[in-house]
Every structure is written in C-alpha cells, then in structure tokens.
Write a protein that binds this ligand. Structure first.
Ligand code: UD1
Length: 381
C-alpha cells in the first residue's frame, strides 16, 4: 500500500508524528508493506514554525516540499493544488491522509479526490458553525469529500451524521495530538523555565522571571483577533494593563501577530512593559513545559484548548465559538469561551485565577490513537 501524508502548517506536525511512528512499527513486523511519502506544502516555512518540530518530534524530513509559502487563501490553495497534482500523478498513492483544518488540508483533499485517490481525514467532524473562519471552510469541504473520516470525539461523529455522511465512512479513534503529548511529557518536564525564556526572548528583558513564580501564558494568531485594529488594541491593552499587573506574562508571538502589532503601533508599548516576556514561537517541548506550569492560558489556538484540557490549565479561549466543544468546562474540559469582549475576558480572567488545575481525559484520548488510525486505513473496504 502506498500512502501520502500531507502537512502544511505548525498544528499538523504534532499530528503526523505518531502516525509516522505507527507506520514504522507496522513496517518492521510486516515486511515494509506500507510505502509512506511525507509531503510538506511549505505553508509554514520559518524554522521556528516548522523545522524545529520535525527535529524534536523525530519526524523524518519531508520527502517532498512544495514550498508554497505565504499568500492570500486563493494563492495558497491554488499553488498547493497545482504542485500537489504533479506529486500524485507521479507517485500514484492508494491513500492521501490530511490532518486538521489548514489550507493544505483542503487543497490536497480536493486534488486527490479529483484523481480518484482515496482521502482519509484525521480530526474530521469538528465544527465551529462559523463560516467566516477559513478553517471552517477547510473542514466542511474536506469532510464532504473524504472516504474515511477519523474523529477525535463523539460530538464530531454526530456533526458528520447530521450532514448526511454515512456511518460506514466514520470511525471514532480519539485525539492523535494527545499521543504526542503523552509521548513527550517526560522530556518536556525536564526542561527549565528560566532557560526556555532566556533562549527565546525576542526583546532581551533586563528582569529574569523567577522560575517558581506562576505566570500567564498567551498565544494569539486568529485573523478575527489580530487583523482588526480596534480588537487587537483592546486585547493588547488588557494584557499590558491588567494581566501583567496580576502576574508575569509569557507571550509566544506568532509571526502574523507580530506583524499586526507593529502595523497598529502597539508593539513598542508591549515590549516596554515590565513583567511581559515576549518569546519567539516556541518548540513543542518548551510550549508543553510552560503549559504544565502556567497559572492560566489565554489563547485562540485550537490545539492548546485540547492540551489545557489534558493538563488541567484554566484556559480562556479568545473566540466566540469553538470547533472543540469537548474542551469546554461544561464538558469537563479546562476552557471557557470569552470572545474578544474585554469585560467578559476580565470577569473570566479573575474567576480563573482562583481555580486549581483540573486535568481531564476525554474518551479515547489515551495516547493510542495513531494505531487506531492506521488500523482504520488498513481495514478499509
Ligand atoms: C495557519 C492556519 C491555522 C493554524 C495556524 C497555526 C490556515 C487557514 N490557517 O494560520 O489554522 O491555527 O496556521 O499557526 O491554514 N508567516 C511567517 N512565517 C511562517 C508562516 C507564516 O512569517 O513560517 C506569516 C506570513 O507572512 C503570513 C502570516 O504569518 O502572512 C500568516 O500565515 P498563514 O499561513 O497565512 O496562516 P496562519 O495565521 O499561520
């Protein structure tokens, strides 16, 4: 069997790692019966957004890099489809596996389907209901076309059924990203927080964070939060004038956000606020270690909501909706939706500071999802 797996952007890398390791294990006992080709579309190209994850998670170098880079959505999708079609025509795989909801996921599933190649979507069925999010369009189209839809939870199975996807295409396998979390917990735990900050600071700060102190951990990158001047200004003010007064802040800065903060003249104030440590996009183990020790997370990332649920870190999700309701407090998770309304964010921030970590493991988030994904593909009829 020949399989092509596609990755494009940061959140894909921690999902492909366990699958590749599962295929390697399978091949050892089955006379290399699976030929696996890893394609990187190159949507994320900075070393800190891509290369470090390959190295630290033991992902072999991509066999093929399409080097698509930045651009508008249509540019990224169009360029990826043109380049990926050539890869498919040359390699003729039996399956294309796509992950999550990034532009590579959509572009490569459409391209494969048009060439009558079977598509497997890992992390199928997540829905925010918000079609203004580019990721929601990617999820909807990919799921509509996929032959095999592997879901992280039963709520996603219900979403797919409501959309008329037949049961025979759906398998509830659990969350593959948690395989990576479990496999890397020990290594992350051994890291030193002071070193993580020192080695990653964007602006060298004169003060050192006392590594025994609790801190707030921040990541932001969604266009809905960072592309609008008024919204980004109010979030930045909240961070400089409220969060950093209560406790030290570690802010892992996404390239899109850095660009926007500079464009809206907010960058200088942030970097000159004492108690705020701005760090480059962090490696996997570094981020996990900070998440293990954070008093509170403020984020608009999807994956971090899930990791906070497993670790129990109270998580303020700066979005009005989530495609991952299983991570919400009402389902036992650690996350609460606060949108970008500062009053609401303030209220939940104060509440969350009083909370103790409450780790929670949803069904089948057990570190064994990759094996179930591979079995589902091998058993497909
Ligand atoms: C993408 C994904 C999003 C995911 C996020 C994680 C889509 C539609 N969005 O959003 O689902 O949560 O990645 O990070 O696929 N840039 C760099 N260096 C890089 C990559 C990007 O400087 O390595 C800059 C580019 O100039 C670009 C901007 O960051 O304009 C945004 O990158 P882009 O790939 O468009 O989307 P993300 O916001 O990263």
């Amino acid at each position: 069997m020949k399989i092509i797996s596609v990755v494009g952007a940061r959140p894909n890398f921690m999902k492909v790692a366990p699958l590749i390791h599962s295929i390697e294990k399978h091949n050892k006992i089955n006379a290399h019966s699976i030929t696996h080709i890893l394609v990187h579309t190159g949507q994320h190209y900075d070393d800190k957004m891509s290369k470090v994850f390959f190295k630290s998670l033991n992902i072999p170098d991509a066999d093929i890099n399409l080097e698509i880079g930045s651009g508008t959505h249509a540019e990224q999708l169009g360029k990826t489809m043109i380049a990926f079609e050539k890869v498919l025509l040359k390699n003729k795989p039996d399956w294309v596996i796509v992950f999550g909801d990034v532009n590579a996921t959509l572009a490569c599933s459409v391209t494969a389907k048009k060439l009558h190649i079977k598509v497997c979507h890992i992390e199928a069925g997540l829905r925010s209901g918000d079609e203004k999010m580019p990721e929601e369009i990617n999820r909807l189209v990919t799921d509509r076309l996929s032959d095999l839809l592997l879901t992280t939870d039963k709520l996603s199975v219900e979403n797919l059924k409501k959309e008329g996807i037949p049961n025979s295409k759906i398998r509830f396998v659990g969350n593959i990203m948690i395989d990576t979390l479990d496999a890397n917990r020990e290594k992350s735990n051994s890291l030193n927080i002071t070193d993580i900050i020192k080695n990653n600071l964007i602006i060298k700060s004169s003060t050192n964070l006392n590594s025994h102190k609790k801190f707030a951990l921040i990541t932001l990158h969604r266009p809905s939060n960072v592309d609008d001047r008024t919204i980004l200004t109010s979030i930045a003010n909240f961070i400089t004038k409220k969060v950093s007064i209560e406790l030290p802040v570690i802010w892992s800065m996404h390239p899109r956000t850095e660009k926007q903060l500079k464009k809206f003249n907010l960058w200088n104030e942030i970097i000159h606020t004492t108690n705020i440590y701005i760090v480059h996009p962090l490696g996997y183990h570094e981020m996990l270690k900070l998440n293990m020790r954070a008093k509170i997370m403020l984020t608009d990332s999807g994956g971090l909501q899930e990791e906070c649920t497993i670790l129990g870190t109270p998580c303020l999700t700066l979005r009005w909706n989530t495609e991952r309701p299983i991570t919400l407090r009402k389902h036992g998770g650690a996350s609460v939706l606060v949108g970008n309304n500062i009053n609401q964010i303030k209220k939940e921030f104060t509440n969350s500071l009083k909370q103790r970590p409450k780790p929670h493991r949803p069904e089948l988030w057990d570190g064994k999802t990759a094996k179930r994904c591979l079995q589902a593909i091998l058993n497909y009829k």
